[in-house]
Design a protein around this ligand. Structure first.
Ligand code: FAD
Ligand code: MG
Length: 332
């Protein structure tokens, strides 16, 4: 998997209105994702305590949910097929299963077996064959996961089946950081976990302006969402991809075909819960400009901005759900 050297957050926080004192700091968990914590109306020493608490909590979550850590819950579950897991891991897997159902499988954490084929394909320099894909697809489907609360146990019912929570866990981590801030009495703050942005403000009239990056020139902001409370998460293929035979292949896989998703440049989702926003952004990207847009419009908890190519790639077209009227503007 490649990451462009300028791995900036998919969304830039432009500015927040108001004159309150602001404190912020950044750390780099989950393989170097910049996670910036910003709080208002708080002393520096109090902020340090909250920041350290967030870092510790994120470390625990990463230790449970990462595929890059050998003894994480997820790595062990994938190796053994059945495993007792932490409450967090169970919560993320169950939320992923619910979102899989809500998106008719467009978001599906069991797509891991197919993702592995594409990761291997990058090393081998050639795309997986249809036969390899259809074999891997036999291990895909969220109805193939069983969970038990009595023992906080997860079972993958097909031999060789695997889970990848990369499309939801970053949102879960961001939501947890915001929850800690609020629990510690911070009434206004921002969490930006490499493009998964959570904002909250007790004073609901003070809006944050969250920028949606231009997918073709990622230093620039294309549009701005004004939000008081909620999560804004973007999925796109412009910063993370594999390269096969000189061609960029998207890291988001369509679980119906096993092939990389195409049709959109990016989807940004606004929702109350950051984990849900993260998973929906991935799902809407898979579903594309027509079916994805129809799904977004049908979900009361989701608003979305779709960016796609127009005029043979000359122009950018934006489609936004009606609930964003008055909240979305084009950047200058
Ligand atoms: P999103 O669009 O939110 O999600 C895409 C990701 O979801 C894909 O990369 C894939 O993992 C998965 N996916 C693809 N298609 C689907 C689908 N249809 N349904 C469901 N899921 C799908 N990266 C590193 O390089 N090194 C690390 O050490 C590292 N550690 C991490 C630890 C944790 C806890 C997490 C959450 C992520 C970590 N990552 C690490 C990043 C990870 O590998 C993913 O690339 C990242 O989470 C993708 O986020 P995104 O916002 O770019 O993409
Ligand atoms: Mg996602």
């Amino acid at each position: 998997m490649r990451r462009l050297p300028t791995f900036l957050s998919l969304l830039l926080l432009l500015s927040a209105c108001g004159t309150n004192e602001r404190v912020d700091d950044v750390f780099h968990p989950m393989g170097g994702i910049p996670m910036r914590i910003t709080a208002y109306d708080i002393s520096n020493s109090r902020f340090r305590e909250v920041f350290e608490e967030i870092k510790e909590r994120v470390d625990v979550l990463e230790g449970a949910l990462s595929l890059y850590i050998q003894d994480s819950d997820l790595t062990i579950l994938n190796e053994k097929g059945v495993s007792d897991v932490s409450e967090d891991t169970l919560a993320v897997i169950e939320q992923a299963m619910r979102l899989c159902k809500n998106t008719e499988g467009a978001f599906d954490p069991t797509v891991a077996s197919v993702i592995e084929l594409w990761t291997y394909a990058e090393k081998a320099g050639k795309a997986p064959t249809d036969e390899e894909l259809s074999q891997a697809l036999e291990r895909v489907g969220c109805n193939k996961i069983e969970t038990s609360h009595a023992r906080s146990r997860v079972r993958l019912t097909q031999p060789g089946m695997r889970l990848d929570l990369g499309g939801i866990a970053k949102g879960y981590v961001a939501a947890e950081a915001a929850r800690i801030m609020q629990k510690r009495g911070i009434t206004r703050g921002i969490v930006d976990a490499g493009g998964d942005v959570v904002v909250f403000s007790g004073k609901g009239d003070k809006l944050f302006r969250v920028g949606i990056k231009h997918p073709m020139s990622t230093e620039n902001v294309f549009a701005i969402l004004s939000v008081a409370n909620g999560a804004v998460v973007t999925s796109g293929c412009y910063e993370r991809f594999v390269e096969i035979d000189g061609k960029r292949v998207c890291h988001i896989i369509d679980p119906r075909s096993g092939k990389p998703a195409k049709g959109l440049l990016s989807v940004s989702v606004l929702a109350r819960d950051a984990a849900a926003a993260d998973a929906y952004a991935t799902a809407l990207f898979v579903l594309g400009p027509e079916d994805g847009f129809a799904l977004a419009k049908s979900l009361p908890e989701v608003e979305a901005v779709f960016l796609l190519e127009a005029d043979g790639g000359e122009k950018l077209r934006m489609k936004a759900t009606p609930g964003l009227t008055g909240k979305l503007e084009l950047a200058e």
